[in-house]
Design a protein around this ligand. Structure first.
Ligand code: SUG
Length: 448
């Protein structure tokens, strides 16, 4: 049976805004309170999906979350009509209101961790929704993420959905942003590389001091158990706390892997050289003697600052249909000299067949690059038929979604605009229509 990796990208929602909610994410802090452009954000995301689809790859779409999340504000004691709730909460603390309008669900790398059927004991594709416990606007996402994943990966015969881990600091889980599967080919057995920021049950382990380590080893271990991945196929390694303190809030900001290649910065992991040896050895065992290609970028070639500014490692490393590798890189990589030079050299050395640059400025300004916007799901042909077909991109769905965005989305949103009662109904109306376009059923609990 042939397997392929399908990227499921998050569709940006109608209230995409810059609220500076993500301490430790430098772009989020830098663009706080600047006007956003939700329409451009959604169209940029759709253009990336279309590019992958035009490269001949299957491409999926994951629906956005319903915002504002008035249930959050109501739970905190704000009462009245929808607009009164927003107004009262705004008078109390505007950040609460922006948390209820903000959604990080577009960055589906954080939505869940996924294990393909080749690697789980029961032969099913496993999903665990991430609890995203680290930030308020994200900690409210898991229940709806689970609903959306179930509506997307609908066939229970193929897909096993696990609820998020307990919402506690010990089990802080950031999903696939901290998980990479390495394998000889997508359909072969894979090594699951889980990268954590700290250990909850070991206070002696290294940890950052300035910014939070969002993800624990204990969360990754729980996900590996739930997904029934064999012990030999799981490896738990620690992210370098020094780079977390410089703004590398997820492993996917400093490393990316695909099939037989791991592409990372030389400061990505704790005890890097030992860690890379461990990864190579484990990969060799899982793949029965295959060799992992490690492309390690030195600080002299690309500094941590340039890696964060360009989001080089948040590129999508993909296998083309001819077996070659391409990189889908943010446009910022072309504009930062060190990164541009480095990438040209990777193409000259035939490590990469091609680099495709994509304009994702609206997402980048909140700290999300190409790889954040996608959840990778390895599926065989039969499993692909179990996916809701309206969540798989073809030209018709692409055009329908573009005109849906053009019809409903604003091209400018500021903090002050969140007080506009019209925005609430506009957003709900748009999403209600989307449930029909994508045949999602009643996943949202708002009343139109
Ligand atoms: O969690 N930004 C997201 C970006 C997520 C990027 N994902 C990966 N690296 N996989 C975050 O920090 C910004 C919200 C705001 O400030 O308005 C935000 O949630």
């Amino acid at each position: 049976m042939s397997y392929q990796e399908v990227n499921f990208d998050g569709l940006v929602g109608p209230t995409h805004n810059y609220a500076g909610l993500s301490f430790g994410n430098v772009a989020s802090a830098r663009f706080a309170s600047q006007p956003s452009n939700p329409k451009a954000a959604a169209l940029q995301g759709l253009a990336k999906m279309k590019m992958l689809s035009d490269l001949g790859l299957s491409q999926g779409v994951i629906a956005p979350h319903a915002r504002p999340a008035l249930h959050l504000l109501r739970k905190l004691g704000f009462t009245g009509t929808d607009s009164q709730v927003v107004e009262k909460a705004f008078a109390y603390n505007p950040t609460l209101v922006s948390s209820s309008f903000s959604s990080s669900a577009m960055w589906t790398a954080n939505a869940a961790t996924v294990c393909p059927s080749t690697d789980s004991n029961d032969g099913k594709v496993h999903f665990t929704a991430a609890n995203l416990s680290n930030k308020l606007h994200r900690a409210i996402e898991a229940p709806l993420t689970s609903k959306i994943l179930k509506a997307t990966f609908a066939d229970e015969g193929y897909f096993s959905h696990h609820p998020a881990l307990p919402m506690h600091d010990y089990f802080a889980d950031e999903g696939a942003a901290n998980h990479t599967r390495l394998c000889a080919q997508h359909g072969g057995k894979g090594l699951h590389l889980f990268v954590y920021g700290r250990e909850a049950f070991n206070s002696q382990a290294p940890a950052p001091t300035k910014f939070p380590a969002r993800h624990t080893k204990e969360a990754s271990e729980a996900v590996a158990r739930l997904h029934q991945i064999g012990a030999q196929q799981s490896l738990f390694v620690q992210q370098n706390p020094d780079v977390i303190d410089q703004g590398v809030f997820h492993n996917d900001v400093i490393a990316v892997g695909n099939e037989r290649m791991l592409f990372c910065h030389e400061q990505a992991f704790v005890n890097q050289s030992q860690t890379l040896d461990d990864i190579k050895r484990a990969y060799g065992e899982v793949t029965q003697g295959e060799q992992l290609i490690i492309t390690q970028v030195e600080n002299e070639q690309v500094s941590i600052d340039d890696a964060i500014g360009s989001y080089l490692f948040n590129s999508q490393l993909i296998t083309l249909n001819n077996g070659g590798f391409a990189l889908i890189a943010p446009g910022e990589c072309e504009r930062i000299d060190s990164v541009n030079r480095y990438l040209q050299q990777l193409v000259e050395r035939n490590v990469l067949e091609k680099v495709h640059y994509v304009d994702l400025k609206q997402s980048m300004q909140n700290g999300g690059g190409p790889a954040c916007l996608r959840l990778r799901v390895v599926l065989n042909q039969a499993e692909l038929t179990g996916v809701n077909p309206q969540c798989l991109l073809d030209d018709t769905l692409y055009l329908t979604l573009c005109s849906w965005v053009n019809k409903h989305y604003r091209d400018r949103l500021t903090l002050e605009d969140l007080r506009d009662p019209q925005l609430i109904s506009e957003s709900y109306q748009a999403l209600d229509e989307l449930t029909q376009i994508m045949a999602l059923g009643s996943i949202y609990d708002f009343q139109i």
